[in-house]
Design a protein around this ligand. Structure first.
Ligand code: ATP
Ligand code: MG
Length: 554
């Protein structure tokens, strides 16, 4: 595995813990909530957790943090497993928080018995009101001083289904005057009457994240519990839970800055909105920053891993330029993807001096940078397609492609000269008549004269029809999301109405053999992936992953 060999502050902590003997084995976990598909931000957490354990011969669990049945689904569980594997990682233990519900319940009972938890009848609004603010201390609930016996009885009744949603909660009894709001008697259990994807209708009370997460980590013997920076203020509560529930294992929570990318929203809540409101065509739409969307667009696991490695690990969370992702996929595909020719906006050419009915097969390299990738034969005849933009009736200066009287090189073939153009009734150019010079055949070493332009083409009679999907950023806001837990920005206002362009063109005939997810570099157009969902026996659909050029410099 190509893990990160550069140092970072989390690695320094681990090295010290191993040196001092605090731990003899590193155990990390990746703990997604199965309430959506994984995105590129999760890839950062995956690579960090698996990468660190890997580097120190430790273990990494995949643990589903499934404590909120209303939003979770087995579809998400399955997609998450697939995505983690696709990124190149293999978990040691596969766990579900829901497998620990009984154990967590017992820990809550222990807290009640120790006088450290109580059942509260205040409503959600009242609890919020009583909590105070950053500058004002909170106020104690009138139910705070219930007896242990009463709390035990009420908590059991909560479990048995005697109350409706929100009627009662269990709260940790810590300190309503704490400067850290997270310690002002946080809710640790709530009532939710909903069917859970794993435990069905067995439970109607569910532990809150802040209570469940430290217990899950401790139960599994996780040594380093890596999470994003917004949980920093929850660390004292995390430690309080581990301590007061008398857990044998004492995991350490370590926070790092989340990954943010320009022109990208990443929180699952926002991504779900894009799906639910039809802005995209599902979680795996190639415009989505989800792992499944990026896979479908054509990103490779290696390009994502390299990108994440380059972003580094720190406490800060400035937005990374989205072009950096493009850079890494270009780098990865440069020597792997075969090169070929495809015409996305076809314009027909008749080569008037080429013999009718003749087809010749020309030699073309599959990747001039990688001779081992071999050669292929491409057909050439009297009728070919070129790009509409490779012809102009009245070209500006420095236009070196086809215009009346001008000569260009056809890649892998001959020089052709534009003799005539034909327009339809709307004045659109629909066909060119050209002549070719047999002396100029590619590979024969012709040096008689030079032309300035080289264009691509596809022979018309056997060309394979193909659809090309070209993408622009889905979100026009260049600042990048700052924090998924932050206030709802009007991100839907920034959705690009022109994020996709669908074109019907042609590719070389040997492309009929391609399989979904195969990747190619189309000469002059960029890198493309054969779409796994839209491609049918009748029609190939190519997603453009990235264009060839970028001004981006690392
Ligand atoms: P979202 O806000 O998108 O719903 P989340 O943090 O709620 O994300 P979880 O399923 O709880 O999603 O996350 C699993 C792990 O992935 C957590 O440890 C979380 O901190 C981490 N993670 C999520 N988003 C990012 C990000 N943008 N950068 C780095 N790590 C992330
Ligand atoms: Mg979440």
């Amino acid at each position: 595995m190509d893990h990160n060999n550069t140092s970072n502050f989390i690695k320094d902590i681990i090295i010290k813990d191993l040196e001092t003997g605090k731990h003899d084995k590193v155990i990390t976990r990746f703990p997604p909530e199965p309430n959506g598909y994984l995105h590129i931000g999760h890839a950062k957490s995956i690579i960090l957790n698996f990468g660190l354990a890997d580097e120190f011969n430790g273990l990494t669990n995949l643990r589903f943090d499934d404590t909120n049945p209303a939003k979770e689904d087995i579809e998400y569980v399955n997609s998450i497993k697939e995505d983690v594997k696709w990124l190149g990682f293999d978990w040691d233990g596969l766990f579900f928080a829901s497998n620990y519900f009984e154990e967590m319940y017992n820990h809550a009972v222990l807290l009640i018995k120790k006088g450290l938890a109580y059942v509260d009848d205040l409503s959600a609004d009242e609890i919020r009101e009583y909590r105070g603010t950053l500058t004002e201390p909170g106020k104690e609930s009138p139910f705070r001083n219930r007896s242990v016996e009463e709390n035990l009885e009420l908590f059991e009744k909560m479990r048995s289904g005697n109350y409706g949603n929100g009627e009662k909660v269990l709260r940790a009894k810590i300190d309503m005057g704490s400067p850290n709001i997270n310690l002002r008697d946080p809710i640790i259990y709530r009532i939710t009457h909903a069917t859970h994807h794993n435990t069905g209708d067995k439970w109607c009370i569910y532990p809150m994240y802040a209570f469940a997460h430290p217990l899950e980590d401790a139960i599994e013997g996780v040594t380093h519990s890596i999470c994003t920076i917004e949980f920093e203020d929850q660390r004292p509560l995390y430690n309080w839970v581990v301590e007061n529930c008398e857990m044998d294992s004492k995991p350490q929570q370590i926070e790092f800055g989340r990954l943010n990318i320009t022109n990208t929203v990443m929180s699952k809540r926002k991504l779900k909105k894009l799906v639910d409101e039809g802005f995209v065509d599902g979680w795996d739409d190639p415009r989505m920053p989800t792992i499944s969307g990026m896979r479908r667009k054509g990103f490779t696991p290696a390009s994502i891993r390299e990108f994440v490695r380059e972003t580094g690990v720190s406490k800060g969370s400035g937005a990374v330029d989205s072009q950096m992702l493009d850079h890494f996929v270009r780098e990865d595909l440069k020597l792997k993807a075969p090169r070929t020719m495809g015409v996305v906006r076809p314009l027909k050419i008749v080569i008037t001096n080429y013999p009718e009915g003749q087809v010749e097969w020309l030699d073309a390299e599959n990747n001039p940078e990688v001779p081992e990738m071999g050669m292929r034969k491409i057909p050439f005849s009297r009728e070919i397609y070129i790009e509409q933009d490779d012809f102009m009736e009245n070209p500006p200066a420095k236009y070196h492609r086809l215009f009346p009287g001008n000569e260009v090189r056809l890649k892998h073939a001959y020089f052709i000269k534009c003799e005539e153009f034909i327009k339809d009734e709307n004045g659109e150019v629909i066909e060119l008549h050209c002549t070719y010079d047999p002396e100029t055949k590619s590979g024969t070493g012709f040096t008689g004269r030079k032309v300035k332009g080289t264009i691509h083409w596809v022979e018309a009679s056997v060309a394979v029809p193909a659809e090309f999907r070209l993408y622009e950023p889905l979100i026009l806001d260049e600042t990048g999301e700052d924090d998924s837990e932050g206030e709802e920005k009007t991100f839907l206002d920034h959705v690009n109405p022109n994020s996709i362009e669908i074109l019907q063109g042609f590719v070389e005939p040997n492309m009929a053999e391609t399989k979904v997810q195969d990747k190619f570099q189309f000469f002059r157009h960029g890198y493309f992936n054969v779409d796994p969902k839209m491609t049918t026996k009748e029609k190939l659909v190519f997603n453009r992953i990235v264009s060839l050029k970028s001004s981006f410099k690392l």
